[in-house]
Design a protein around this ligand. Structure first.
Ligand code: HEC
Ligand code: HEC
Ligand code: HEC
Length: 467
């Protein structure tokens, strides 16, 4: 099922040669899709929605696809491009071949390499049919916006976009998605959507020191700096093995799985912008595929994240108890009573219809990583009005780091998995947008190491050719 990643250097070198050849040939590419039929443009819109292009290519309050969203990476801030068909500031002059090369190969029309903040490693597997539809949509279904997106200026050596060529050589699998003959048509459809367009692994797969996805731990969970994208492999304790297919499909549609989880942060965005707009058949296919991914088990997980917790009995008793003068000395139950119990109910069970969710049997409190609990408290949960209007206020302005830590630890002990305790320092870091990343140093060092590896490979290839 998983596409095998070949690291055969010779093939990579051949590809590099082809790539360089392609560079020269780009100008002559046919300008297709001059008059694409309506149906093709519609299909392209569906593909763009599944790919969630709008999420990254629109700034807050900005026009769709006009770019300018600031994406914080360990290497610095990367701005997304204007991909409207504007001739002056967008991709209006892109031929089909140039567009295809940008989306599947990470190379701009001018030959410069894109940073992998653009998920071309996932999009590399998009089918030709979907690529043509996507192009027709962007050329004819999207309104041009003549407005420049801010330029990206990363520190040395990452400002040298050519360094991405070395990275691609190591980590970009340019083969289109190939169906697995042994699997059902539905599993293949789910795999195609999940591994290419909806790019689940971009968030859910851990990355190595070179910021590339670790294929051996596909979907095993990864920190996005602040929010944590959990293990969603088929493992029954560490992943989603204990979920039913229909529960998964319903979660992908609504962000809600009663008695298990609700989506906040980046997952809520992926659902609101993209996954909720897919057909029921496509969501079902993704769920069926997800249930048969190779399990990745973490030793400390003794039960599934939604299987923790008991209702609280002691909150009511605290009402009327003396409050300390120092707000940072308030106890967990006192903080819960003051800020949370009105919605999640004094016993933590939420409302019977689940509109206000239970904090027991809730994955946000049952994982061995508690960052999402802290993030939910700091940022709240704001869903698109188009979806269910379920909102939780952000408590960052109201609660100190110490209070958030006290409250979280009470909640984890009372309603969830007591193992991952929260320190005030962790809350400070998450409030500030993630720890000032030691990854920068690692990535720089790693990138240099990557460059050396590539040099050695080139030398090796060159010597082979000499023989
Ligand atoms: C996770 C964020 C993200 C998503 C999702 C995303 N992009 Fe991008 N894209 C970027 C960023 C960031 C850049 C600019 C990267 C750089 O400057 O190196 C970019 C650049 C591009 C470019 C190059 C344009 C140029 O000339 O600079 C094209 C074309 C493009 N994206 C198309 C798409 C399409 C089509 C989709 C949906 C199928 C998509 N992108 C989805 C982040 C994203
Ligand atoms: C932009 C990043 C991102 C993308 C893309 C993404 N996810 Fe998620 N996902 C997350 C985060 C973060 C959470 C945790 C949300 C929370 O706890 O509120 C999550 C949670 C989940 C959960 C709930 C797991 C649990 O234990 O609660 C499932 C299931 C899931 N994602 C499946 C998927 C699938 C399938 C895809 C691709 C179709 C996908 N995700 C794409 C970031 C992402
Ligand atoms: C105004 C009502 C309201 C208040 C007050 C409130 N919540 Fe929530 N909370 C919600 C709703 C609604 C959701 C579910 C959102 C959804 O379905 O996506 C939620 C979801 C959550 C989640 C799950 C988030 C995730 O990532 O899965 C946690 C944890 C949580 N609340 C904790 C708290 C804590 C702790 C407090 C007190 C500091 C609190 N809530 C106060 C309404 C509220």
């Amino acid at each position: 099922m998983t596409r095998l990643i070949s690291r055969a250097p010779v093939r990579r070198l051949t590809r590099l040669a082809l790539l360089l050849g392609g560079l020269l040939a780009v100008g002559s590419a046919a300008a297709a899709a001059a008059d694409a039929p309506e149906a093709l443009i519609k299909q392209g819109e569906y593909v763009a929605t599944a790919g969630d292009c709008v999420a990254c290519h629109s700034a807050a309050g900005g026009k769709p696809f006009a770019g300018g969203l600031a994406i914080d990476t360990p290497l610095g801030t990367i701005f997304s491009s204007n991909i409207t068909p504007s001739k002056s500031h967008g991709i209006g002059d892109y031929s089909y071949a140039q567009f295809e090369r940008a989306v599947r190969g990470g190379v701009r029309a001018d030959g410069a390499h894109l940073y992998p903040a653009m998920p071309y490693t996932a999009y590399a597997g998009i089918s030709d049919e979907d690529m043509h539809a996507l192009y027709a949509y962007f050329m004819q279904g999207v309104a041009p916006v003549d407005q420049a997106a801010p330029a990206t200026a990363l520190p040395f050596p990452f400002n040298i976009r050519l360094s991405m060529a070395a990275w691609n050589l190591l980590f970009l699998d340019t083969r289109p998605y190939t169906p697995d003959a042994a699997a059902s048509a539905e599993v293949n459809r789910g795999a195609y959507l999940a591994e290419t367009l909806t790019h689940c692994s971009t968030c859910h797969t851990p990355r190595n020191a070179l910021m590339a996805e670790e294929k051996g731990s596909n979907l095993a969970g990864s920190s996005l700096g602040t929010w944590f994208a959990p293990n969603i492999t088929s493992d029954a304790q560490s992943g989603i093995g204990a979920w039913q297919v229909d529960e998964l499909a319903h979660y992908l549609k609504t962000g809600f799985a009663p008695g298990k989880a609700q989506a906040a942060g980046p997952m809520a965005e992926a659902i609101d912008h993209s996954l909720s707009h897919l057909s029921d058949a496509d969501r079902h296919a993704i769920a069926v595929w997800l249930k048969q991914t190779p399990p990745v088990h973490e030793a400390q997980d003794s039960r599934a994240a939604h299987q923790w917790g008991e209702a609280a009995a002691n909150v009511d008793q605290l009402r009327g108890a003396a409050r300390p003068a120092n707000p940072d000395a308030l106890s967990g139950p006192q903080l819960y009573d003051a800020y949370c119990a009105s919605c999640h109910q004094p016993d933590g069970r939420g409302t019977p219809d689940g509109g206000l969710p239970s904090l027991m049997h809730n994955t946000a409190l049952g994982r061995n990583n508690s960052d999402n609990l802290v993030m939910a408290i700091l940022r709240g949960v704001q869903r698109e009005p188009a979806a269910q209007a379920v909102n939780m206020p952000a408590f960052a302005p109201l609660l100190s780091d110490t209070q958030v830590a006290t409250l979280s630890n009470y909640l984890l002990t009372q309603f969830g998995n007591p193992q991952p305790q929260v320190s005030p320092e962790r809350v400070t870091a998450l409030r500030a947008g993630g720890a000032p990343s030691p990854l920068l140093a690692v990535a720089r060092y790693g990138m240099a190491a990557g460059g050396i590896v590539v040099l050695l490979l080139l030398l090796w290839g060159w010597r082979r050719r000499q023989r």
